[in-house]
Every structure is written in structure tokens, then in C-alpha cells.
Write a protein that binds this ligand. Structure first.
Ligand SMILES: O=C(O)CCC(=O)C(=O)O
Length: 263
């Protein structure tokens, strides 16, 4: 994995994440959006029905999801990958999202605005306060249902991390879209990428929801690159450490509440 990350700036790891944990995060997100428990087969329909009521896109923070997202992060798979790549004590970076990305046409027709879940081309090193940060950081991107170019999956530029920091603001970098690689993936897979990898996401041209989760891991003690959240005070844990997980989840929630809502 590390060799591929160094060479290409990203790696897709197949079938590594326990499916039951993935399903649980999706179920909690669907429930949160719909305001009531929803059968698996009804998740997409429930999110679309909620949008038809409130006209909101459903791109949320982890802490709104509660422990299911933490169970996924702490399952050990990500810790091992991050250890292999960064070889350091690790903490979570505060930038993280669970996304139920609506069909782009539905959003744009209903609101008359561009779909905010089509994410412009950027590097995560700039995702925080608009300046390149010096910390060591990796992003993990985890599909919660099958993803492809059709439903607006993650797109990446092979080897773009080797260009270092490319200054940009929220509207993103100009790139030749024909050279983007669109990641096909299924629940159980994950993508890990370098903080300088140029990436974004496309239009969801299907009539269903594109479900995913993304979070970042960095060296402990380093600046997290956000002025509103200077440090996250715990080390990411290895496989099986569930008692401690619930302890740190409480601390994390308290801290998130102090930080407030992310853009
Ligand atoms: O999930 C997406 O649509 C974009 C993800 C992204 O840009 C990121 O994880 O940094």
C-alpha cells in the first residue's frame, strides 16, 4: 500500500472494511436524515423524500452520526494503513464528513443553485484554512454503497501529489477533466490518499443517492490546519480497543460541540 501511495498519491484497498460496520453508518445517516428508522432498501427514497420537504443537501459531520462512525474508524483497518504510511502516533484531524449525495439534477432543478456536493478539484492540504499546512496527513474515503462515475464518485489525478502544494481557494483548481480517474468501489473498499493529491467529485447523474464517509488522520501533536480546532487530544486506537473507544468518543463529542459547525 505505501509503495502505491508514494508512487500514485492514492491507493484503493478492496474488501478490507467489515461490511456490517459500513451498513451501520449508512443506516444511522439515513435515520438521521429521515428522522425515523428506515429499512435498508428504502434509504435512497427516504433521503430524497426528506430533500423534497426541506431542500437541504445531506452532507453531515461525524458527530451527528454518533458511535457508528467511530466503530468504523476504530475497527483497526485504517489505523494499520495509516501506521504503515505515516509511521507515527496518530490522531484524527477534525475535517470529516458523511455524505448522502443527492442526484445533481434533482438538487439543481429544485433549488436553482449548483449542487454543493459536486466537490471542486482541490488538495486536502488546503481544505482547512486556505493555506498549505505542514502536517503529515492522510485522507480515507469510504463508500457506504457502490460508487462509480455515474453517481459522482471520487475523482483523482494520478501522481498529482508530486507537484506539492498548488495554491487554491474554495472554487478549486483548473484541471483537464479528461485525465481524471474516477474510482469504482463497493462497500468494504476504501481509498487512502496523500494530502497533496488533486481530487474532487463529479455529478451524480443517477436517480439514487451516493453514500460515503471521509476522514483524515495525522501525526499526533502536529497542527491540524484549522484555526477553529487546534488539536484533537487522543491517539487513534488499534483493532479491538472498544472500551477505550467509547471513552474517546465522549471526549471527541464534547470537543466537537465546542468547535461548532463546519462549513
Ligand atoms: O466525497 C466527495 O464528494 C468529495 C470528497 C473529498 O473531496 C474529500 O474527501 O476530501
Amino acid at each position: 500500500m505505501k509503495a502505491q501511495l508514494d508512487r500514485d498519491g492514492y491507493a484503493v484497498i478492496r474488501g478490507a472494511v467489515p461490511i456490517e460496520l459500513v451498513v451501520c453508518v449508512k443506516q444511522q445517516l439515513a435515520r438521521r436524515i429521515a428522522g425515523k428508522p428506515i429499512e435498508l432498501a428504502e434509504h435512497d427514497g427516504a433521503v430524497i423524500a426528506a430533500f423534497q420537504q426541506d431542500r437541504r443537501c445531506h452532507h453531515r459531520r461525524f458527530d451527528e452520526l454518533g458511535p457508528s462512525a467511530f466503530d468504523l474508524i476504530f475497527c483497526g483497518v485504517f489505523y494499520e494503513a495509516a501506521q504503515e504510511a505515516l509511521r507515527a502516533d496518530l490522531t484524527l484531524n477534525p475535517t470529516q464528513h458523511v455524505r448522502a449525495k443527492l442526484p445533481t439534477a434533482l438538487y439543481e432543478t429544485a433549488t436553482g443553485k449548483p449542487d454543493p456536493d459536486v466537490v471542486p478539484w482541490h488538495q486536502d492540504a488546503f481544505a482547512s484554512d486556505g493555506h498549505p499546512s505542514v502536517f503529515n496527513m492522510l485522507t480515507f474515503w469510504v463508500p457506504l454503497a457502490p460508487v462509480s462515475q455515474a453517481n459522482g464518485t471520487l475523482g483523482v489525478y494520478l501522481g498529482s501529489h508530486r507537484k506539492g502544494s498548488l495554491f487554491h481557494r474554495a472554487h478549486g483548481l483548473s484541471v483537464n477533466e479528461a485525465k481524471a480517474i474516477w474510482i469504482d468501489a463497493r462497500p468494504g473498499d476504501f481509498v487512502v490518499f496523500h494530502k497533496h493529491l488533486v481530487h474532487g467529485s463529479g455529478l451524480n447523474s443517477t436517480s439514487g443517492i451516493r453514500w460515503s464517509l471521509d476522514f483524515r488522520v495525522q501525526s499526533a501533536g502536529a497542527d491540524c490546519g484549522r484555526k477553529d480546532a487546534s488539536s484533537i487530544p487522543f491517539v487513534m486506537l488499534a483493532r479491538g480497543d472498544r472500551v477505550r473507544r467509547s471513552e474517546v468518543f465522549g471526549q471527541w463529542l464534547a470537543q466537537q460541540n465546542e468547535i461548532g459547525t463546519y462549513a
